[in-house]
Design a protein around this ligand. Structure first.
Ligand code: ADP
Ligand code: MG
Length: 513
């Protein structure tokens, strides 16, 4: 072989080595980046862990905080508000009743015809309306003017109502899902607004009076019989279907729960006498907090940047308003750690751009190549061409965040059961052992799209409930989905407290002198 040939051969070998070196280097670098991205996921998994031992600590903390919130005003982050609802519908309610449901960007008017036996809703008409945005920050007069004019239209269109029903004053349940200090079943004062409402002149005002005044102004012969919040409505509807219903939980945009408590356990209101010996307590559980809640840096950052830092801590971990944003923050961190997702898009930096239904759709994408995930990343977060293995990571992130949420919600529910001695352990004092505490059938009414429309969430919640309670006790606990409870339940309570109902006892509830 000539010198030239040797030279060429050596040159080729050197070049090949160099190319190989570059390829290997690139591979090493990309492997390192991949490892960093996987590290972000592992870290998230670790900090979101909810083993059953931790969930039981959350259960105990919930029961203890409930106790503290009932013991004194401001005794806990749980407000444990009195509702003055001392009885729940039994099925004997009969006649035509109305409800007005205001608690977010939509409001609803409803009419139900009740047949007088359990679960006999003969007809139900609901009309949903969006509240025009400018009215959410206008005056109470404008807001109530709008609501009552819609109610008037609704009433004027009705054809099915019998003559008898029309000859007497129509009775109405008013669902008003904002923080309210209630002083009787049909009277309460607005503490503050949320969910985008900010009508200054109404803060501190009596709510039913405002409504009643607006009804009169419109010439509507209607009487608001009860003032409730949405979870109380859900509990009322749950109880109408099933007398073993003791609590209600809503997991939608936000989250809340209420339950039937013994009047004598409401220590902050001493001498409270009710005809039934019980009263529904609105927990406002979204504000629950405990050091046992597994919190991540993403939760901390989201809270700090929120308009209500340090508030609604539980809600920020479990409800639809927030879960998508936790996922967005994790994907952003992954993007910053590696270029596997491409450059950080401005969309990815936008808070709350990834809404709950989209997050659920990514989580539940069953296509082999995760088409849906790719489309949502592309269209909503403006992240293009994400490889399949990275899309799988995104699904895993959704899974971790949802699983934690569902399991914490389950722990919250068991906390309520524990407080009322329905968790099979003998209640908060644990005085009875599991074996001699006879477990009664216990129903919890549940509403909200996370539970009703997000199968993975629901399955994780049920799984955790079984883990915490144990199979034997769990078989006595039934979660029952209700529909439109916030307004149907309010109409049922209006019927129960109707002036024409013989069982009405607005005077059955008073304080001992
Ligand atoms: P509310 O707004 O009164 O809480 P919903 O119970 O209908 O009423 O909850 C709506 C919220 O549920 C939305 O804001 C969204 O966060 C979430 N959501 C809606 N659809 C879905 C879905 N398919 N899967 C998961 N979450 C959903
Ligand atoms: Mg609502």
């Amino acid at each position: 072989m000539g010198r030239l040939a040797v030279g060429i051969a050596v040159g080729v070998a050197v070049a090949t080595c160099a190319v190989a070196g570059v390829v290997v280097g690139r591979r090493l670098r990309s492997r390192r980046k991949w490892r960093r991205v996987v590290g972000v996921l592992r870290e998230l998994e670790d900090s979101c862990e909810t083993p059953v031992g931790r969930l039981k600590q959350v259960v105990d903390a919930m029961a203890v905080e409930m106790h503290a919130g009932l013991a004194s005003e401001g005794g806990s982050k749980l407000k444990m508000l009195l509702t003055f609802v001392d009885r729940l519908p039994t099925g004997s309610e009969i006649g035509t009743y109305y409800a007005l449901d205001l608690g977010g960007t939509n409001f609803r008017v409803l009419r139900v015809q009740l047949g007088g036996t359990r679960s006999s809703i003969l007809s139900k008409d609901v009309k949903r309306q969006r509240i025009p945005e400018h009215l959410m920050t206008s005056t109470s007069e404008d807001l109530f003017d709008f609501i009552t004019s819609k109610l008037k239209q609704f009433v004027e269109q009705e054809e099915t109502v019998s003559e008898a029903a029309q000859s007497r004053t129509r009775e109405l349940g008013f669902t008003f899902s904002f923080p309210v200090k209630q002083i009787s079943i049909r009277s309460g004062f607005l503490i503050r607004w949320n969910k985008g409402f900010a009508i200054e002149d109404m803060i501190g005002c009596e709510i039913v009076e405002r409504l009643q005044g607006a009804l009169m102004k419109k010439g509507l012969d209607m009487w608001a019989t009860v003032l409730v919040n949405d979870t109380v409505g859900i509990l009322a509807l749950g109880h109408y279907y099933d007398a073993d219903t003791v609590a209600a939980v809503k997991i939608g945009t936000g989250t809340n729960a209420c339950y039937m408590e013994r009047a004598d356990a409401i220590i902050k209101c001493q001498g409270l006498l009710t005809s039934s010996g019980g009263m529904v307590v609105n927990m406002e559980w979204g504000n629950f907090w405990s050091s046992h809640l597994p919190r991540t840096t993403y939760d901390i950052d989201m809270d700090l940047e929120s308009p209500n830092p340090n508030d609604q801590g539980f809600e920020k971990m479990i409800s639809g308003m927030y879960l998508g944003d936790i996922v967005r923050r994790v994907i952003l961190r992954m993007c910053e750690e590696s270029d596997i997702f491409g450059p950080v898009s401005s969309k990815l930096l936008t808070p709350f751009v990834l809404e709950m239904p989209l997050m659920a759709a990514m989580h539940e994408d069953e296509s082999p190549d995760l088409k849906e995930v790719a489309a949502i990343l592309r269209e909503t977060l403006e992240i293009q061409g994400v490889p399949l293995k990275a899309r799988r990571l995104v699904v895993k992130v959704c899974d971790v965040v949802t699983r934690r949420a569902a399991r914490l919600a389950a722990a919250g529910i068991v906390g309520i059961l524990k407080k009322i001695g329905r968790d099979g352990t003998g209640g908060i004092t644990g005085s009875r052992s599991r074996s001699d505490a006879k477990m009664r059938r216990t129903v919890v009414a549940v509403e909200g799209s996370l539970y009703t429309s997000y199968m993975m969430f629901r399955e994780y919640l049920h799984e955790a409930l079984n883990e915490i309670l144990g199979e034997e006790v769990a078989q006595h606990v039934v979660l029952r989905t209700t529909e439109d409870g916030s307004c149907v339940g309010a109409a049922l309570l209006a019927a129960l407290h109707s002036s024409s109902s013989s069982s009405s006892s607005s005077d059955g509830l008073h304080r001992r002198q």
